[in-house]
Design a protein around this ligand. Structure first.
Ligand SMILES: *Cc1c(COP(=O)(O)O)cnc(C)c1O
Length: 376
């Protein structure tokens, strides 16, 4: 563990200890990653649903390198290479009207909060218990988990939290002062929690009757993760605003918000130095090109995982998979790692698998074998 120790020593001495970690990943190709000691893993974490096209997909690498040789940055004071093409593409695949870019999921949430505030003229928000929308001061205000939010209060935004799935509770919480309701179509950080049938359509109705905007956070579920471009497309609900990030650019930092017709930022209402830069947009366009080819296969691959875990009653939507494991989750994660498979424990003892969308059947079978061994 000599090489890992170098990472650990530097981290302990010079890096603020906000993360807990004990391994260093130094190389990746497709679904496989290597640690600093040269050990190989099937990566069912994928940077937490980020490396959608796998690690270092040649099309993404080429797009980033070509753009890096041409223009790395120019500012949104000017038209930006690839930005318009990407906005057009995202609007087409999601059925929304216009896009705006950010550098992360939390920033996309912040943008959505601002857009809802400025277009409705209302001030308050409603979100869901165990929901996660980011860690900036704005996005944290609508993120439920008291342990990460309360130390930073007051956060300046008024948000009430309702149980996920509880439409009656939502009706009581939403009123004429509600600018927006934020919801994940499947709760990711909470451990892949799938809401009851009709919940999204119900939220749409509640929002319509109160004049609030429905803001769907697809940072984790979007960009093909569940077998469609957006998880909300599995339902009949049409959102007002959708946020995207994680899987959008294969690991190049990027986020987006997209909105329906009539909802847009006007002059000077929002902006960002780096957001929607040439490299990020090139990476996202290449990512979408790859996902377009593999999207039809995502649901089938998810069902292959489901069949493999049939004993454990897994929650599966495409390649977003949750298994209730309980207290032994960290131990299961460790055993999988020893056997060469990376998995992740989300909240409440829920094992979460969000592998690259390019994962092969053979890799799924190998991963399932190891994970079942670790669970058993
Ligand atoms: C990860 C995540 C975010 C925050 O994204 P960052 O890029 O980490 O800021 C927001 N919403 C959801 C649903 C997420 O999974």
């Amino acid at each position: 563990m000599e090489k890992t120790k170098k990472y650990k020593d530097l981290d302990e001495r010079f890096f603020m200890p906000a993360f807990s970690r004990d391994m260093a990943l130094v190389k990746g190709k497709g679904t496989i990653v290597w640690d600093a000691e040269g050990k190989e893993y099937i990566d069912c974490v994928a940077g937490i649903a980020v490396c959608s096209t796998g690690h270092c997909h040649p099309a993404v690498v080429k797009a980033i390198c070509d753009q890096a040789h041409t223009l790395i940055h120019c500012s949104n004071l000017y038209y930006v290479p690839h930005q318009g093409d990407l906005a057009k593409k995202i609007v087409e695949i999601t059925g929304m009207h216009k896009a705006f870019f950010s550098n992360s999921g939390a920033e996309a949430t912040d943008g959505a909060l601002k857009l809802a505030r400025v277009r409705t003229g209302k001030k308050n928000y409603v979100a869901f218990i165990h929901g996660f929308h980011g860690r900036t001061v704005g996005s944290l205000a609508v993120t439920h988990k008291p342990a990460i939010r309360e130390p930073f209060e007051p956060l300046g935004l008024k948000c009430s939290f309702v149980a996920y799935g509880d439409l009656e509770g939502l009706k009581k919480a939403v009123d004429t002062d509600t600018a927006g309701v934020l919801v994940e179509p499947i709760q990711g950080e909470a451990g892949v929690i799938i809401p009851p049938e009709g919940f999204m359509e119900g939220i749409r109705e509640v929002c319509d009757s109160a004049g609030a905007l429905m803001i769907v956070d697809e940072v984790q579920t979007g960009m093909g993760r569940t077998g469609k471009w957006l998880a909300i497309q599995h339902t009949r609900a049409v959102p007002d605003i959708v946020t995207l990030a994680k899987g959008i650019a294969s690991g190049f930092p990027m986020g987006a918000l997209i909105a329906r017709e009539g909802l847009e930022f006007r002059k000077s209402e929002h902006g960002s130095t780096f957001a929607g830069g040439p490299l990020a947009c090139a990476a996202a366009l290449a990512t979408i090109g790859v996902i377009e080819k593999i999207l039809p296969d995502v649901s089938r691959k998810g069902e292959r995982f489901r069949a493999g875990f049939a004993h454990y009653n897994p929650r599966v939507r495409g390649l977003m998979i949750g298994i209730s494991v309980g207290e032994k989750c960290p131990e299961v994660q460790k055993r999988c790692m020893e056997q060469g498979v990376l998995v992740n424990c989300a909240a409440d003892g829920n094992l979460r698998l969000v592998p690259p969308l390019i994962i092969s059947d053979a890799e799924i079978d190998r991963a399932v074998g190891v994970i079942n061994g670790a669970l058993g």
